[in-house]
Design a protein around this ligand. Structure first.
Ligand SMILES: *[C@@H]1O[C@H](CO)[C@@H](O)[C@H](O)[C@H]1NC(C)=O
Length: 491
């Protein structure tokens, strides 16, 4: 009997060891290597630091001529294209970006934990009265750190609000739903580039009553003499609060859209880098796509270091060449866009990671969301380690150098103009794969040729596909058919 058991064990061990490698050779169609243009990356790090603010004028003029037919679109800009960088060098800029990014990830996880544990934010103490760290219901920690913005301000659009309409820079955020902008009179407004919105000078401004559906849909609301007050707290100390109202929005070449619910924020705390407010692109009922009843929306995030712009489109069709994956919804939180991921490959070889590492469980933990405001893709530690190890194995010819902040895998490419590196690809149900351009996973961290592998491990259950990995790719959220499509080079 014992001999037979041992034989079975041997057979099992043999197949178990054989199978992952058989799978990897059979299923991955991604190219083995991809070229990284080191000179071009270095040049962009210099460009972003020497950006000329006059470019903004040009961008605003471009916006006037945006073409759209049945669907409508807005120009989309990266954060650092809007203003002269306050950082003395690219390394300082990188460190600031990574700090913001960690705040962003914390903020998304706090939001998710509140939803999973069924805690309404209105049950919590008002966030502005708290200093330092505060432990709230459950053991949810809310770090309050003045000086670090809630990290959603990575990409912006310009939106025309009110009657007569005025244009404002708005942060685009797929990780939240409530739209808001800073409003006069200000109890507390941070500095913004455009003049503050004055509700009394817009004929289409209308406060919402407490029994309106929109008011009832808010997570945090309050009734004050019959009018609806809103609050949005981002989990890191930044928040906005004020009157919940409806307004008219105007898009180039399309009829104005009336009665869009948005927060008129009289008290706003946080550094939203000059934006007047935020455009919620999440899946909840108060987000822009939901209020427009858009069947779809899409964006193409331009390179963070480039001053070029792209578009945010509503009602746009899925490009025929898009690589698609199911858009999954959580029963716990309707804001986040979860996507179906089956695996990752490096150099054309699928990593042997059980697909359960990418799946959401019954309690709403786990899964992979796609987010516009997170920069660096976060993967569960086991997944990240497998990915990193495979990448390191495939780059033995490159000179390693020390890590920086959340990046533990960096290379000194100062002597190179371009290098071939193993292709990293996401794999989706149905055998589809999305090979990433090399610049979407090897990012410069200074201007002298140090690049780092731009993925990071997370100890939380939630994985996030960040905007570095989405750069230059049109991401189409087909809300009607629950499909996310990725089209390379469609900015
Ligand atoms: C790298 O990019 C530069 C532009 O910055 C271009 O002139 C050069 O041809 C590119 N090199 C390769 C190998 O593609």
């Amino acid at each position: 009997m014992a001999g037979k058991g041992f034989l079975f064990y041997l057979l099992f061990a043999f197949f178990a060891s054989l199978f992952p490698s058989v799978l990897s050779r059979t299923f991955s169609h991604a190219p083995k290597t991809t070229l990284l243009n080191v000179s071009a990356s270095i040049q962009k790090t210099l460009d972003v630091l020497s950006f000329d603010p006059e470019t903004i004028q040009t961008l605003q003029q471009q916006e006037q001529s945006t073409q759209s037919s049945s669907s409508f679109s807005l120009q989309l800009y990266s954060r650092d294209s809007l203003r002269k960088s306050p950082h003395k060098d690219y390394k300082a800029l990188t460190l600031a970006r990574l700090e913001r990014d960690s705040a962003r990830v914390r903020s998304l996880n706090i939001k998710l934990n509140l939803a999973i544990n069924g805690i309404k934010k209105s049950d919590l103490k008002p966030i502005q009265s708290i200093e330092g760290f505060e432990v709230k219901s459950g053991d949810l920690e809310t770090p309050i750190s003045s000086g670090i913005s809630h990290g959603s301000g990575e990409y912006f659009s310009r939106l025309a609000i009110g009657t007569p309409s005025k244009s404002f820079y708005m942060v685009l955020d797929t990780g939240s739903d409530v739209n808001w902008l800073q409003c006069a009179p200000c109890t507390d407004c941070y500095q913004q580039d455009d003049p503050i919105f004055v509700p009394s000078s817009s004929s289409s401004y209308a406060p919402l009553s407490c029994d309106s559906q929109q008011c009832k849909s808010l997570d945090e609301s309050e009734c004050r003499s019959g009018s609806c007050r809103y609050q949005v707290s981002y989990g890191d100390g930044s928040y906005t609060t004020g009157d919940f109202a409806t307004e008219t929005l105007t898009f180039a070449n399309s009829a104005p859209i009336h009665n869009i619910a948005l927060g008129c924020g009289h008290d706003n705390e946080g550094l939203f880098v000059g934006a007047a407010g935020l455009m919620g692109l999440g899946g909840g009922s108060l987000s822009f796509p939901s209020q427009f009843k858009s069947s779809s929306f899409s964006y193409c995030l331009v390179n963070r270091d480039s001053s070029s712009s792209s578009t945010l489109q509503f009602g746009s069709a899925q490009p025929p060449d898009a690589v698609t994956t199911p858009l999954l919804r959580s029963r716990r939180i309707n804001t986040f866009y979860y996507v179906g991921i089956t695996g990752l490959s490096v150099g054309g070889e699928l990593l042997s990671i059980p697909s359960s590492y990418f799946e959401m469980d019954a309690s709403g933990n786990g899964g992979v969301i796609i987010d516009s405001g997170t920069s660096v893709t976060r993967l569960k530690t086991e997944v990240y380690n497998a990915l990193r190890d495979a990448f390191v194995k495939g780059t033995k010819n490159l000179k390693p150098t020390h890590g920086i902040a959340i990046f533990d895998t960096c290379y000194d490419l100062s002597s190179k103009t371009s290098v071939a590196v193993p292709t990293v690809a996401f794999h989706f149900p149905g055998g589809k794969s999305l090979p990433l351009p090399a610049k979407n996973y090897l990012v410069p961290v200074d201007s002298s040729g140090t690049v780092c592998f731009a993925f990071a491990p997370t100890s939380s259950a939630l994985s996030i596909i960040g905007n570095i990995q989405q750069q230059g790719t049109r991401v189409n959220f087909d809300l009607a058919n629950l499909v996310v499509g990725f089209s390379s080079n469609k900015c």
